[in-house]
Design a protein around this ligand. Structure first.
Ligand SMILES: NC(=O)c1ccc[n+]([C@@H]2O[C@H](COP(=O)([O-])OP(=O)(O)OC[C@H]3O[C@@H](n4cnc5c(N)ncnc54)[C@H](O)[C@@H]3O)[C@@H](O)[C@H]2O)c1
Length: 421
């Protein structure tokens, strides 16, 4: 029987995408806004493009306060410092300009300014009690999709692993996605963030399929596979297939390079729209402890894990893997869905290797003998573990971690069960 299908999207109110669209920032400030908090990092704060955006805000008659030193990993103490500094001010809009770290900072401070308390009060799913201060997100990396997602990820010294705040109330009201802001990104950054976008597309498209009972979308922020999220996941995968290599390696034709950058900005936002309701799964669950142990960029760790997680999940998602093969251009040698579901894993592994993502956890710098620890930490990321299409326990996660450490995908290969769905 045709499986019952849920469709769910929680997009920003406005997504504005295209070269030069950052010049329209002032037109998207909320009506009547008098005070904006602008959140960025040291690199971006020195860019002429940043100064020009600030000038627009000033010329619109909106005064702004600035957090211009967002740190990678997003330590929660920095957000609390900003909260204290602004405690007696009314902030009408928070503008996050930068990579995922700056956009996530903007989302969390927007919650604290609206509701008070401390970041810890909002960890997990659906703990934000109501609308936050409106956020305008302006990405400078093409990857995390944070400009379109209901999640922000912080690090807290009281916790071994990074932790998420997930709520529909933190989806930015406006995303301004201007590929010109990503043009200067160096190859390693472009590769890491592009891999993150690919992982969002693959993990949300192959996520668990939940019975679409009424209320599901209110109980959970991430509901698993959804008809609407699927469209963005496939579109993101196709854009990655067309353009990630060119965006990383460059092209002597500036028009082709610009088109590849544009495509990756689209892939990132589309991946964010998909992950925003579909959610991610095993690769992200394992990445939390891998990131904590290796201090490597989020996208690189996810990429090192992705082909192994795909191998483990493949038997439960053969038609989906075949569809991803077609989207990614891994279907030159046609076959049936079963053939394509194998081909796409090899295709992803080769693509990631081509752009310099380590092929194993050992290459990533993970110490040996940590597989059980990785599994016992990863299993704590309940929302990600529960979102995986194949059931995960500590043994399964350990098997994936061990295979990823050794570069041994074959150890995870299993036949497609007759009733996979
Ligand atoms: N909220 C979400 O939905 C979501 C999804 C995935 C990841 N994340 C989080 O996002 C963070 C990672 O974000 P990221 O990968 O975008 O990296 P980032 O924001 O940490 O930036 C990485 C580095 O790249 C630099 N940079 C940014 N844009 C640049 C550009 N155009 N040119 C040159 N350098 C540039 C930054 O200054 C920084 O040094 C992690 O904390 C991760 O957990 C959030």
């Amino acid at each position: 029987m045709h499986p019952p299908t849920l469709g769910l999207l929680r997009p920003p109110g406005t997504i504005l995408m295209g070269r030069g669209q950052r010049h329209a920032l002032a037109l998207h400030l909320p009506p009547g806004a008098q005070h904006a908090l602008v959140v960025t990092d040291a690199r971006m704060s020195r860019e002429p493009a940043f100064a020009a955006m600030m000038q627009q805000v000033e010329e619109a008659g909106v005064r702004h306060s600035l957090v211009a030193d967002v740190q990678s990993e997003l330590p929660v103490a920095d957000i609390v410092d900003a909260q204290k500094r602004l405690a007696h001010e009314r902030v009408d809009v928070v503008i996050g300009i930068g990579g995922g770290t700056c956009m996530d900072f903007a989302k969390v401070i927007a919650v604290l300014l609206a509701h008070g308390g401390s970041p810890q009060d909002y960890y997990g799913e659906n703990a934000v009690p109501g609308p936050a201060v409106p956020v305008i997100a302006i990405p400078t990396t093409a990857g995390t999709g944070s400009e379109a997602t209901p999640v922000a990820v912080v690090s807290d010294p009281d916790r071994e692993m990074k932790i998420g705040i997930s709520s529909p109330y933190i989806v930015p009201v406006t995303a301004i996605c201007d590929p010109e802001l990503t043009d200067g990104a160096p190859p390693a950054l472009t590769a890491a963030v592009g891999t993150d976008a690919l992982s969002h597309a693959i993990e949300s498209f192959t996520a668990i399929r939940r019975t679409p009972k009424p209320g599901l979308a209110s109980e959970r922020v991430f509901v698993g596979k959804s008809l609407l999220a699927d469209q963005y996941a496939l579109a993101a995968a196709a854009a990655v297939g067309r353009s990630l290599k060119t965006a990383v390696h460059g092209n002597s034709d500036p028009n082709r390079l610009a088109a590849a950058r544009d495509d990756m900005v689209f892939a990132a936002t589309a991946g964010g729209l998909a992950l925003g309701t579909g959610g991610t799964a095993a690769a992200h669950a394992l990445q939390y402890p891998v990131g904590a142990a290796t201090h490597t960029p989020h996208g690189v760790g996810v990429g090192a894990l992705l082909p192994y997680v795909m191998e483990f999940n493949r038997p439960a998602r053969v038609p989906e893997f075949a569809a991803l093969a077609r989207a990614l251009g891994a279907d030159e040698r046609q076959g049936d869905d079963e053939d394509l579901s194998h081909a796409v894993i090899e295709h992803v592994a080769l693509l990631l290797s081509d752009i310099g993502i380590p092929a194993t956890l050992a290459d990533l710098g993970m110490p040996s003998g940590k597989e059980r620890w990785l599994a016992t930490q990863a299993i704590k990321a309940t929302r990600l573990v529960e979102n995986n299409p194949r059931e995960l326990d500590a043994d399964a996660l350990e098997a994936i971690a061990a295979a990823a450490y050794r570069g041994d995908r074959a150890s995870l290969r299993s036949a497609t069960p007759a009733h996979a769905h």
